[in-house]
Design a protein around this ligand. Structure first.
Ligand SMILES: NC(=O)c1ccc[n+]([C@@H]2O[C@H](COP(=O)([O-])OP(=O)(O)OC[C@H]3O[C@@H](n4cnc5c(N)ncnc54)[C@H](O)[C@@H]3O)[C@@H](O)[C@H]2O)c1
Length: 296
């Protein structure tokens, strides 16, 4: 049996669908919130902050994808303790439930936020980890636990460091979200996308269905136990060129709008994904243009 924590969320929903299509059976979706549809999952309400609920939800599970998290950097700054409880303690609870229930494989949704300001580019997995926010710290704490659970208890844990994930189903009000989702919302209502600063800052945008595929390959591969992998595309896109491509796809004649740069914003972010390619054949399929067409 396969289960996903956070299966009601943006990436979780893509992963539920990918697993249901690949295996022919619906995975269990462990989440505090109901999914918008149960077409591709069996919903089990449980809170990762609650150890008995997690223990009960993972009975009979062989593979757990742990995606449930508090994902807002801003909220983590306002309330670091709450962020830590959901993301770090929640990951420990999920790992403990797996240890007690003999779950063999644990795939952890980590984040490029654990790296902090890039010291070189592209960012490989050996890059120093100096998170800038409590969110980054709590995701890193989860990683360290995963790593130790592999060596101490023999659970196959795999840590996947997602870069900027986009795709259908990302809420424009989601704090993580998605410059792409925000631009799409503005362009659809014929308003200019807002760019903070010059727009020269770059990001590595990876489609949610490629991220879902990476999760599945990483769980299935024999080479991944205890390891961490970047999940991006290896291609960097400037925010200005992103806005221009999106406007072009929309066929609308709207300008971009610049506002003053955000303090402390990372200038350049792109993943080196060669290790994921080598160890489990990860190769993102959806080009940015293709992925964007589905959103506008
Ligand atoms: N979206 C991105 O670009 C991105 C980038 C890097 C890492 N990530 C990581 O990927 C994972 C999924 O992100 P997402 O964008 O799909 O976020 P999301 O907010 O859409 O989904 C998170 C899900 O977790 C659930 N959840 C929150 N607290 C919970 C709790 N206490 N118990 C059970 N369920 C709980 C929510 O209800 C939600 O369904 C997260 O771990 C996030 O840190 C996302």
């Amino acid at each position: 049996m396969i289960a996903i924590t956070g299966g009601s969320g943006f990436i979780g929903a893509h992963l539920c669908e990918a697993i249901a299509k690949q295996t022919g059976s619906k995975p269990i979706n462990i989440d505090i919130n109901e999914p918008t549809s149960t077409r591709h999952c069996i919903y089990k309400k449980a809170d990762v902050k609650n150890p008995p609920e997690m223990l009960a939800a993972t009975v009979g599970v062989q593979t757990l994808f742990h995606l449930a998290a508090q994902i807002s950097v801003q909220k983590s700054i306002e309330n670091p303790a709450e962020d830590f409880e959901t993301n770090a303690q929640g990951t420990l609870n999920a790992l403990e439930a797996c240890r007690k229930n003999n779950v063999r494989t644990f795939v952890y949704a980590s984040s490029a936020a654990i790296y902090g300001t890039p010291k070189y580019s592209p960012i490989d997995e050996a890059h120093p980890t100096e998170p800038l926010s409590p969110y980054g710290f709590s995701k890193l704490a989860g990683e360290l636990m995963c790593s130790r659970y592999a060596s101490l208890y023999g659970i196959k844990t795999v840590r996947l460091r997602f870069f900027n994930v986009y795709g259908k189903g990302q809420s424009p009000s989601s704090p993580y979200s998605g410059v792409i989702t925000k631009f799409a919302t503005r362009i659809k209502s014929s308003e200019p996308p807002i760019i903070f600063g010059s727009g020269a800052q770059t990001r590595d945008f990876v489609h949610a269905s490629d991220v879902a595929a990476a999760c599945i390959f990483a769980a299935e591969s024999k080479n991944t136990s205890g390891n961490a992998y970047n999940i991006g595309t290896g291609k960097e896109t400037s925010i200005l060129s992103l806005a221009n491509v999106m406007i072009k796809i929309s066929g609308k004649n709207i300008p971009v709008q610049h506002k003053s740069a955000l303090e402390g914003e990372i200038e350049k972010s792109v993943a080196d994904v060669s290790v994921a390619k080598k160890d489990f054949g990860f190769s993102p399929r959806i080009t940015l243009e293709e992925g964007l067409k589905g959103l506008l």
